[in-house]
Design a protein around this ligand. Structure first.
Ligand SMILES: *[C@@H]1O[C@H](CO)[C@@H](O)[C@H](O)[C@H]1NC(C)=O
Ligand SMILES: *[C@@H]1O[C@H](CO)[C@@H](O)[C@H](O)[C@H]1NC(C)=O
Ligand SMILES: *[C@@H]1O[C@H](CO)[C@@H](O)[C@H](O)[C@H]1NC(C)=O
Length: 328
């Protein structure tokens, strides 16, 4: 088929070329003999219609159900990347997770650090006791601030509202009792990585320290590392008490978890005291103020649940301020 079409086109080309040659010849003859050209000069091109401008305002909703994918919505302010991050699940296995993102077409959000609204709907059966987590869907701060030495960071303002509901893509919050009755095991947490090396600090599997702030732990399987040993420190932020637990994970990273006993669904405050107070502790293997913070994301470790649940985050802003000299 293809070859025949090419042959025909080649055959057609001959008469066209011949005709054009004749016309060009005639034209130059008329010009040479002072006659007006046979054809008028080409009219100025008619401007082609402009492509329709994208809507200036309004919102766009998108759904992402793949195993892992970085979604970086356009913004005029601070950039965030959302990721379903189903690191311990493969297509075809039981369970599902989708991230729904609501972006503003104009890229202008409530403040320069406001993130797009999103929701994460998921359902997984229980995994083995020693490997119970299927995914860590999250929203990461893509800030030029990272990596920054901890001593250079003056604030990490977090303005957050979230709810967990029962159902697919629901914005209706369920009670803790109802979530527990459906055997939900999950947390809602900020995850940070710290290392004395700039590159390692930006790599969640290589960084020496993982520092987390849990706003909720739901279900008996959801416990911070070192929980059984009891807290090593306590702090109150925005009226909420956080207790610090420490331990070492399977990858031999030092894990420090600020944990709250009751879910904190609304939080507005500076969490940098939860980082800086580590330097006052007496344990031996702790980050130092000259170490780098290289990564910060908010997400939910998805263990298991009987029915589809939805983490809805209608409000999120993460505002990190660091002295510029150390961010270069
Ligand atoms: C941007 O779009 C959003 C959503 O439609 C709207 O609420 C907001 O007022 C717009 N902002 C500007 C500066 O146009
Ligand atoms: C999720 O995203 C899809 C578009 O991909 C949209 O049709 C649907 O309405 C969204 N769901 C909610 C609850 O916003
Ligand atoms: C939620 O519903 C949508 C639309 O029917 C579907 O595409 C998606 O897979 C569902 N999400 C989950 C986690 O089951």
């Amino acid at each position: 088929m293809t070859i025949r079409i090419l042959v025909n086109a080649a055959l057609l080309a001959i008469p066209i070329a011949v005709t054009l040659g004749i016309l060009f010849g005639l034209q130059s003859h008329r010009a040479a003999t002072g006659q007006p050209p046979l054809f008028a000069p080409e009219p100025p091109p008619i401007p082609s219609p402009k492509p329709p401008a994208p809507p200036k305002n309004g919102i766009t909703k998108t759904r992402y159900c793949q195993k892992s994918f970085g979604i970086t919505p356009d913004t005029k302010g601070q950039q965030y990347t959302l990721n379903p991050n189903q690191w311990n699940w493969n297509p075809g296995e039981p369970g599902a997770l989708c991230v729904n993102v609501t972006t503003f077409n104009n890229g202008t959000y409530a403040t320069s650090t406001t993130a797009p609204q999103f929701m994460i709907s998921w359902q997984y059966p229980p995994g083995p006791a020693d490997d119970p987590v299927h995914a860590f869907p999250n929203i990461q701060v893509d800030s030029g601030v990272f990596p920054a030495t901890i001593s250079s960071i003056s604030k990490v303002d977090v303005d957050l509202e979230w709810s967990y509901g029962i159902g697919n893509e629901t914005t209706v919050a369920a009670s803790l009792a109802d979530l527990q009755a459906d055997n939900l095991n999950t947390n809602v947490a900020i995850d940070m990585f710290i290392d004395s090396d700039k590159q390692a600090a930006q790599n969640p599997s290589k960084a020496k320290y993982e520092l987390m702030v849990w706003f909720a732990a739901i279900g008996p399987a959801t416990q911070p590392i070192g929980f059984a040993q009891g807290p090593v420190s306590t702090q109150t932020l925005d009226g909420n008490q956080f207790n610090l637990y420490t331990g070492v994970n399977q990858q031999q990273q030092n894990v420090l978890t600020w944990y709250t006993n009751t879910p904190v669904e609304k939080f507005n405050g500076d969490i940098s005291p939860l980082i800086n107070s580590l330097f006052k502790l007496t344990a031996t293997d702790l980050p130092k103020s000259g170490d780098y913070l290289g990564y910060l994301a908010l997400g939910s470790e998805a263990f298991s649940v009987d029915k589809t649940v939805t983490l809805y985050v209608p409000k999120l802003s993460i505002d990190i301020e660091a002295a510029t000299s150390s961010s270069t």
